[in-house]
Structure formats: C-alpha cells, structure tokens
Ligand binder design. Structure first.
Ligand code: GLU
Length: 290
C-alpha cells in the first residue's frame, strides 16, 4: 500500500508556523517511505478564503522546500459531491433532516441551553439526543422537505457506545457517544461543513495517514463516525503537539503577532534549511524574534 498524506490548510490568512510544521512532518513521512504528499486547499469558507492566501501558502511550502505531488485540490470544487453524500446518508437513515427554524438555531440562548443540557447529561451519563427531528418518520421528513421547508442535515450518532482509536502520537483515545453531538453535515443553506468535507476528500484522495495539529484530536472521533457511516476504511491518525510561545502559552495571532506567520521568517532572512531543521528537531517552541 502506498502511503498518501496531505496538507490541508484553509486559505484564510498567511501560512501559520504551526501549519507549516504539520506540512513538514507530512512531507518528511511521505519522502521517507516513498509515499505521496498532497496539497488540498480547504477554501469552503468563501468569505474568508482568498487567492492571495493560497498563493502565500504555496510560496511558503516552496520556500521550505516541501514539494507536493499531483495537482493541488481545491475543496470547494467538491461541494456538490459533499452535498450529495450528505443526502445519501439521509436516504440510508444514517443522518436526518433538522427543520429547526433558523431564528431558533441562531438564538444564542437556545444554543447555550443545548450546550449546557448536553454537558449536564453527558456528566450524568444521560442520553442527550433530544432533537425532535431525529426520529421523525422518513415519509414526514421527505414530505416537509418536498414543500421547500429549510433543513440542516445532522449525523445520527448512536445512543450508546464509545468511540476509540489509537493515535500514533497521543496513543489510546476514547470518547463516549454521549459526549458527541449529532454533528451538522450540511447547513440549511446547503453549505457542507468541515467534518463532512474533510472526510469525503480524504476518502477520495485515498489518504492513508492523517497528520495534523493536536487541536483536531477531538474532531477525529466525529470523523471516524463519518467514515463508518460512509462504509469507508478509516485512515491512521497522528496528531502533532502545537507550537507554543516561549513561555509555553498557546500561540495566538492577537498576542504574538508576526511570530506566527511563516513569511516573517523569510522576510527577516532566516535560512529555510535552518528553519526546517529547528522545527523538525526541537520540542515545538516558537523562535523568539527579539
Ligand atoms: N483546514 C483544516 C485546518 O486548517 C484542516 C485540518 C485537517 O488537517 O484535517 O485546520
């Protein structure tokens, strides 16, 4: 089996050094084992994505010497396929239409109330799948959709059970289904959401190992449920520790500004090989610029 890995940045700003480090580990792994290193631009947030950001990502990879194989993929090109897959899950009874009116969904108090309830129930081990549309008879759901009523599509997460996987870096991971919400796959405006798109694209691109930042560890449980619903083989996962500020705080653009952007290092004359060497070998602390 040929190893296939990918770097999947969202083009919503400059190339973050944490993302660059994920790209580096994907590339190193692919090159070591004779695999393929692919680039997928996750540009589904049309308001925030820009060509300029895509360009800076591609330039950043070039600067680091991380060449990618095959044509780069733009996630937005696959949106129709993502929508179709969500509808198929509804047909198969693995997902359901949620007709909750928009105003109600957007009401922060209602949202907060749902979150609080879910937390309280998870703590008590009580099933929190109280969405009234979850068990709406199929004919009724079809009929309401046929009248043009708007709906989001949610995955039907099992009432009982535990999601488990072994992360190559972080080891055994476990999460009770009661702690996983019935995640939204398609918004009521037809917009496919991250967990659905990422899984479908990873399946289509035949990704064997998903190597990315540790901040995606909890998403992985949701994504595995989706692989299972779609009847697709689950790849292996390796989550990487995040790069921290010198005082070990989480790096944020707001607090740490230009330290976070790869371009800064290029513009300040860092030698790319030295940069790669530092991030490849060191515990992930950012480079103090001053
Ligand atoms: N677009 C996501 C991000 O930039 C990709 C995460 C992933 O690799 O699955 O965080």
């Amino acid at each position: 089996m040929t190893v296939r890995v990918r770097f999947a940045p969202s083009p919503t700003g400059y190339l973050h050094i944490g993302a660059a480090r994920s790209a580096l580990f994907n590339w190193l792994f692919a090159r070591k084992v004779g695999g393929r290193f692919l680039l997928r631009i996750e540009d589904t947030d049309l308001q925030r994505s820009s060509d300029e950001s895509t360009r800076s990502i591609v330039e950043g990879l070039e600067w680091l010497g991380l060449d990618y194989d095959e044509e780069k993929v733009f996630q937005s090109d696959n949106a129709d396929k993502h929508r179709a897959a969500a509808r198929k899950l509804v047909e198969e009874g693995k997902a359901y239409r949620d007709f909750t009116p928009k105003e109600q969904r957007e009401d922060k108090n209602v949202k907060q109330d749902i979150v609080d309830r879910a937390r309280a129930h998870a703590a008590e081990g009580i099933d929190h799948r109280s969405n009234p549309f979850r068990d709406l008879p199929k004919e009724e759901s079809d009929a309401r959709a046929a009248t043009g009523e708007r709906f989001a599509i949610r995955l039907k997460v099992g009432r009982e059970g535990t999601s488990r996987f072994t992360d190559i870096v972080y080891g055994e991971q476990e999460r009770g289904y009661s702690e996983i919400e019935d995640l939204v796959l398609l918004r009521s405006d037809g917009h496919p959401l991250y967990n659905l798109s990422v899984v479908l694209d990873d399946i289509e691109m035949r990704i064997t190992h998903v190597i990315r930042g540790q901040d995606h560890l909890t998403n992985t449980h949701k994504q595995i449920l989706l692989y299972q619903a779609l009847g697709a083989p689950v790849p292996q996962f390796a989550h990487l520790p995040l790069i921290l500020a010198p005082n070990k705080a989480k790096l944020s653009k707001r607090k740490h500004g230009e330290v976070v952007s790869l371009t800064t290092y290029r513009d300040r004359g860092f030698v790319p090989d030295a940069f790669v060497n530092y991030f490849g070998r060191r515990i992930p602390l950012s480079i103090p610029l001053k």
